[in-house]
Design a protein around this ligand. Sequence first.
Ligand code: MG
Ligand code: MG
Length: 621
Amino acid sequence: MLTSIATVSLSGTLEAKLRAIAQARFHGAEIFENDLLTARSTAREVAAQLRDLGLTCTLFQPFRDFEGMPDDLRVRTFDRLERKFDLMQELGAGLLLVCSSVSPASSGDRSRIVTDFRELAERAARRGLRVGYEALAWGRHVFDHRDAWSVVKEVGHPALGLILDSFHSLARSIPIESLREIDPARIFIVQLADAPIVQMDYLSWSRHFRNMPGQGELPLVDFLATLLEIGYGGPLSLEIFNDQFRATSSSTVALDGHRSLTFLFDQAVRRLAPRFLPELPPRATPGGFEFVEFAANEEESGQLESMFTALGFSRVGRHRSKNVARWRQNRINFVINSEPESFARAYDAVHGASVCAVGVSVRDIPGALHRAEGLQIPRFSQPIGPGELVMPSIQALGGSLLYFMPAGREDEIWDCEFLAAGGGGPDAGLESIDHIAQTMPYEEVSSWLLYYVSLFELAKTPVAEIADPLGLVQTRALESPGGGLRLVLNASTGSRTLSARFVQGYHGAGLQHIALATGDIIATARRLRSLGLPILPIPRNYYDDLAARFALEPALLDELAQLNILYDRDAGGEYFQLVSRAFAKRFFFEIVERRGYRGYGAANAPIRLAAQSRYRDDIER
Ligand code: MG
Ligand code: MG
């Protein structure tokens, strides 16, 4: 796979963009004309920089409003073209993108368009250059790759080819099967972009909402698999216009871009097996969260232990050589890491006591690590003591870590690393981790989404918008097949929502809540009350509304109200939720009981957010 990315996809100066592109291991770059016009370097200097960085210039773009011009404008258009050819030769660019005309002055006369392109091809050939024709989704006369291809075919000149752009084709729902009509040797470059499905004009949709393959909802895998199947072997180049990406560091976006192409190619190739062989092991199927690790200094660890005790956890183990304790309740493992001079301590110094790592069970750890490496997700390593195991881990959200645990052999790891200690009293009926919710700056959501879905076998659920008293919060869940691992990503554009204040207070992205599953929420709630867990109070009005919405037994309703339990129902069944007060205003626990319910209590989130916001105000006042 030859990878490329358009400079327009990235923020910063042209010079910085090219460095980021090379660092992310792309083979080439499309030079967007505006980036060159605003650069301090001359075209020749940019050519030298490309050479030094080992990058190919895959495309110079765009040349607009070329075809079908009336005679007087036609002469000027060709003059303009010759000047661009001069520039391309200085730049070392061999291919020019001509996008279909949007000019009101242009004619849709077919023979005229063909004549123009024939002359264009001849002029390009004289200079040893090539030109590709791209159908813009909003082109005036040509807006379908089938029409652009028919022009290219009719001109029949080796210097003129087709440029495909997944956005233009898929936004207009042009049948992917039509790609099979194209001679793959005449496709000079394929531009790739995904996008969410939104109802708006093509131009605005394209200019602001394109995103990386895998981040949107267009059928990119079908598109690429079909191109590979017909024998296309040229560059795959990202061309992403996105407001958020332009506000994010170029190195992050370039790395995400490369990751998205690797992931897309991997999916397409898997679809075509055994004709094509994947380069990477398959996505890891996560069994679930095996543990959650909390960083805490000596003082904070005492507070954390009190909270764990009030949740019905017991301290069951201590690490052989480090100041690390294991707390457990049924299948839930919490680790408190208070080891000085450790990753956890450094994390705690930045964020305060909080979750610094999670452990995820997977069947094939070497495979998962190999895949992470292929996706350019860095490994993490720290010094280990005598007799300790190397716990493989990778860098994760907000500078935290993600450990891989061997599925089915987790106990061996615990027994090897931890000495039995204590044990405990009766638990609170909490059985497993239902989900964890991570909160992040709005512009990081698509990046972390890609991180998770490219590495793990996880399905995306649609984005839900939740009303916070001070703005909107967007939330999206990722689920493994069978629901063993559920993860919720939250973010908001507003600066005063709970999500936004979390990010500010936390100094970045992090874990905001952990939902623990019980089989009997009433019994668990009573037990937690007797253990003294501080619970978030829910206003009585909520229960009056519940009574109006659902036909619940008055006795049950009363019980829910007394215990501050939230209720929801979907096509799958019922959901009960209880929310703890936050630990140091940083993270909280949710207790949930699912009776076939599939969601995450989005209907109750505004109630929960309002209650949390009120409680925050109370303590801040
Ligand atoms: Mg394009
Ligand atoms: Mg939740």
